[in-house]
Design a protein around this ligand. Sequence first.
Ligand SMILES: *Cc1c(COP(=O)(O)O)cnc(C)c1O
Length: 483
Amino acid sequence: MDRLEATLFEKSSPGRRGCHPPSGGVALVDPVAVLGAELVRETPPALPELGELQVLRHFMRLSQLNFSIDTNFYPLGSCTMKYNPRVNEVTARMPGFARLHPMQPMEAAQGALELMHNLQNDLQEITGMDGFTLQPAAGAHGELTALFMAAAYFRDRGEKRTRVVVPDSSHGTNPASAALAGFEVITIPTNAAGDVDLEQLKQHLNNEVACLMLTNPSTLGLFEQHIVEVARLVHEAGGLLYYDGANMNALLGVARPGDMGFDLVHLNLHKTMSTPHGGGGPGAGPVGARGALVDYLPGPRSARQGEGFTFETPSKSIGRVRMFWGNFLVLVRAYTYIRHHGPEGLREVAEGAVMAANYLRARVKDAFDMPYDRLCMHEFVLSARTMKEKKGVRAMDVAKRLLDYGFHAPTVYFPLCVEEALMIEPTETETLETLDSFAEALLKIAQEDVALVTTAPHTTPVGRADEARAARKPILRWEGEAP
Ligand SMILES: *Cc1c(COP(=O)(O)O)cnc(C)c1O
């Protein structure tokens, strides 16, 4: 395949310069005296030589090959791809936050500690937990942290609990985190209504189960109807209830995991509290705990000390789960998001997300299979099963064809318990016009010529990539010659 944009090395031409420092304006130092002879290059580094405008246009063109939330609708279920308010960027760029040094003394970082302290409190209030740690760097990291806490808790109580139960609709990170934390994973099926199968749950609960990991609303976009009963059963068996908070966007200001009986939670600040998702990070996966579990939270946590703030580690803490706060600016964005919405605004976020999802679901349900046909929360799952059987058009084909209409594809083939799944999360931030045009595109694709759909996309910079080859033999390096 021809590359769409040559590298800066290929565009380089000797002697071209992007900027011209004033001659004599830079103090001349002897590099050998400063660095030592062994560290000084004998030949200058082979950097590309280009004019400023060339570089600017290169990166601008690359940026336009990307699909982004700032250019188009991005209904990727489970990921909560919503608009990231620009005020977040203003606060995250404040020099007092952006230029903090990791080794800065506590007295000189009081503002940052105060922000962390307030954020811990806000997350506590939002989720109904008794304490929070901001240490974990992502949702999966939060899961692992909470499972380590559960293990330490049971170890202290002298209980040997080696199993973690997950529903078959759960995100892949749930069983992966449980296995990484040393637990045996037990998967239980979802019932016909899309809830946890209570009979199956009862059969698997015993004094070896440490924890049930639940996403609520589930990854099917459904609120667990028997959550109170589920919590009672797990607690009666002496286990803990873990809340995967990736779907908290649906519940903000409306319902709290703590009130439903959850003991441990993680939130994905980069989903629910808005942070640009790009290139896999950075994110933040704070963990909250209730009751006796608070003592096991990783430290350090920001705590009040007299008029100011300090770092403190809980008494039975499992220790650190990372070193420095490299994702601190994600915390600044989340705090900004929470404060500029306020309690009323956060509730509107959840209500808007749920309304948008139900609107879309109702508009497209006749063209696809709807495996769980009931009111949804902030997302819903369609299936292209009948379409595949009748015409050979698969969920992946529909997803690719949507790109031609200018929409990002929804999540496909997840959750695993739904065949040919298309998982759609519109979020609260889109207009009715956008939702309507997306629904119309889906309805149209359902009627389109099979060959047109199965060879899509036709209008994107790159057509249908060979995904298996891309995964097995990725080409991650430019192999050309530097000038
Ligand atoms: C995104 C997600 C996770 C994992 O979170 P990361 O921040 O990507 O590590 C876990 N569970 C669910 C339901 C998710 O959607």
